[in-house]
Design a binder for this molecule. Sequence first.
Ligand SMILES: *Cc1c(COP(=O)(O)O)cnc(C)c1O
Length: 395
Amino acid sequence: MSKILDTFLNENLQGLHEQGLYNEIDAVEGANGPTIKVNGKTLINLSSNNYLGLATNEELKQVAKEAIDQYGVGAGAVRTINGTLDLHVKLEEKLAEFKGTESAISYQSGFNCNMAAISAVMDKNDAILSDQLNHASIIDGCRLSKAKIIAYNHSDMEDLRQKAKDATESGLYNKIMVITDGVFSMDGDIAKLPEIVQIAKEFDLITYVDDAHGSGVTGKGKGTVKHFGLEKEIDFQIGTLSKAIGVVGGYVAGKKNLIDWLKVRSRPFLFSTAVTPGDVAAITRALQMIMDSTELHDQLWENGNYLKAGLKKLGFNIGASETPITPCIIGDEKLTQTFSKRLVEEGVYAKAIVFPTVAKGTGRVRNMPIATHTKAMLDDALAIYERVGKELGVI
Ligand SMILES: *Cc1c(COP(=O)(O)O)cnc(C)c1O
């Protein structure tokens, strides 16, 4: 190994360890469900994004198996060569139906969707107004486009309006986009889309909503744009297929001309192989299930509300979440890590989220209840929270 690289790695890793910022990754032994097994121990899992429990859904497993039997395990090529299976076309029709748009395009992940979509329309002569708490993949997608990135204070509509006005009046930019998470994953709050749309109309901004944590969760399962009835107003509806949808992949839903453009100009679509047949078949069925019934959605919210009420009653600071995402804000990074470690020892898998994922001094243990948790599991989790919270002086 290069000496310079070796020194760089050792010094930086040591620094992270010393500050309690090094994240140890646990291997999950078996399925990622309402409970998981780690190091041979079964734990109540409050750390997944598998909101509706679909990652282990029996019907979806069956559909994936059948697709594998019929189509094999791989798509075989990038979409433009001959990797577009009829399954992908059906999936994209289903995504458009799900999102209430003319058309849709699927990608290999939500992350790569943001790499694809932003840089396909924005360039160095443009500007992007980006919420300060936007997801890392949005930030990287913006950087890739080389557009001027103008961050606005989190969900601060006055700040957004002022910055939109300044950017417009500067005359420096050809196009201006406003980009936001639909649901902010670390706090569980919802973007103020009606206000954003209004500001966008005033200044002819391109609107881009990444609803990775909203689809399946808000809008009776159809997401945050639907929650506000703004399907016709948002230009880019982005999402992941790996969270509530339970599988893997990402997508953009929007007008036909936008999707046609992305099919010829977005690089991850053009130069990276498509999602596998088993995945695509499972995703398509999952979307149909979410459209056909709100049963899992309702169960998710019931569990979320139950856990929130329980933690609040115990005296934890659960922030201002508007969704089932339930942070327990501890503050100090090391205490947050210790808290999470003690929870795991007692039987609850709830991960510490610290800087740089959230601001310094706002370390938290984030809880993600899912539809398939039972009340007994949540009661057990609350009892453990109470024990560890008292032990460490958090409550
Ligand atoms: C999780 C997440 C992504 C990434 O999605 P993947 O499909 O896991 O790559 C993108 N954007 C937001 C807002 C997310 O929360």
